[in-house]
Design a protein around this ligand. Structure first.
Ligand SMILES: NC(=O)c1ccc[n+]([C@@H]2O[C@H](COP(=O)([O-])OP(=O)(O)OC[C@H]3O[C@@H](n4cnc5c(N)ncnc54)[C@H](OP(=O)(O)O)[C@@H]3O)[C@@H](O)[C@H]2O)c1
Length: 360
């Protein structure tokens, strides 16, 4: 791998794009060379384009303020010529995102995407570095389809699955057969704050478009395996999900119920969670949490406000493991949706792909 990589942020003015900007400010491997958004903001400085819509709690870093924004579509070739790869998080129609990401890949510029458009494309890996780092092995097959030498698309999973999937991944060899999960998702997951979405103060909305389908299907791809030119999804467990929007600024919680073919005892589950780590920790990637999973014994933890920033927002916290009358066990888990669940997860995935030589 190289010592430094030049990167671009496409969708830099959005909620996830702003997170990318903060996370990459002092990144040891990545230097931000290009910022892009829609044609509406082309030619504006980043400071001008984000005026009145900077959604982060920390101010915009000085280094980005005077950078002039590109149009992500019209200037794709110019951006691709300056960077080793891009991070992409845009709010566009799915078919337009698919086309945009393929354009960059075909310009030999790899894409680390936060968008859902390519998550179900069979040869696009959806990587959580602690869980399925080996799915990167599909990249040569994708390059063959796209006719590229370097270019490819890799995606991170939806933020909703980022809490219960890691917890269940530590238990896969006990063969979970059925999972029921209810998620309690923060408003930043919709790119919003309480200022921009006042209807969410003191409210719960029992509908997030498309989220339940993603929460049921995406884990199967993450738990699948590389089979020649595609990723073959896992067949079990069957997952049923309900996803609710709740009045939290950041942090998605999940309450999960699970039935196993071979039911483990409680102590074994706790040991598995305590010791669970993966390629991200083995390689010592800069954004990897030391402890991926943390179990809280206190009956009222994890709490969104107290625990979402665990391990810099890259850890997953779990609590309330107990036996269940209908399923074998139930538990609660939490992860930060714009850090581990979005920009942070994509940065960690990019670090993995660099360490494995896919960005050279
Ligand atoms: N928020 C989360 O927690 C989260 C988690 C996981 C995944 N995601 C995904 O990440 C993506 C972005 O989400 P977000 O919350 O950051 O959205 P957002 O705050 O609404 O930002 C959208 C971004 O897309 C850009 N954009 C819109 N139309 C464009 C176009 N035609 N060409 C190029 N850029 C365009 C916007 O640029 P302008 O400023 O110029 O309009 C802005 O930079 C979505 O696909 C979302 O599903 C979000």
């Amino acid at each position: 791998m190289k010592q430094q990589y030049n990167v671009g942020i496409v969708g830099a003015t959005g909620m996830v794009g702003q997170r990318f900007a903060l996370l990459l400010e002092n990144h040891p491997w990545f230097r931000v060379k290009a910022l892009a958004a829609s044609a509406r903001n082309k030619g504006k400085t980043y400071a001008e384009a984000c005026e009145g819509r900077w959604k982060m709690k920390t101010p915009m870093p000085e280094q980005y303020k005077d950078m002039v924004l590109y149009d992500a579509t019209a200037d794709a070739a110019e951006i691709a010529g300056q960077v080793d790869f891009i991070f992409c998080a845009v709010d566009m129609k799915k078919e337009d995102i698919r086309a945009l990401e393929e354009t960059y890949a075909k310009l030999e510029c790899p894409v680390c995407s936060n968008n859902s458009a390519h998550r179900m494309t069979p040869d696009v890996p959806m990587i959580i570095p602690e869980i399925n780092a080996n799915h990167a092995e599909i990249i040569p097959a994708q390059r063959k389809r796209l006719g590229t030498k370097r270019g490819f698309i890799a995606v991170k999973s939806n933020c909703s699955i980022q809490s219960y999937v890691p917890a269940l991944s530590a238990l896969l060899d006990f063969e979970p057969t059925e999972v029921a999960v209810c998620t309690y998702q923060a408003i930043s997951g919709a790119g919003k704050t309480f200022e921009t979405w006042p209807e969410m103060v003191d409210n719960v909305i029992p509908y997030i478009g498309g989220e339940e389908e993603k929460s049921e299907k995406e884990p199967m791809k993450v738990w699948g395996h590389v089979a020649g030119d595609h990723i073959e999804p896992a067949k079990l467990p069957v997952i049923t999900a309900q996803c609710l929007r709740v009045a939290a600024s950041d942090g998605h919680m999940a309450a999960a119920f699970v039935k196993f073919k071979n039911k483990p005892d409680r102590e074994t589950i706790l040991q598995r969670w305590k010791n669970f780590s993966g390629e991200a920790q083995k390689l010592g990637l800069p954004s990897a949490p030391k402890h991926f999973l943390t179990y809280f014994d206190e009956p009222d933890r994890p709490q969104t406000r107290l625990d979402r920033d665990l391990e810099g927002g890259m850890g997953v916290s779990i609590g309330r493991l107990r036996e269940d009358a209908l399923y074998d066990y139930k538990f609660v888990s939490l992860s930060h949706n714009t850090l581990r669940g979005a920009a942070g997860g994509a940065v960690l995935m990019a670090e993995l792909l660099c360490a494995k030589g896919y960005m050279d």
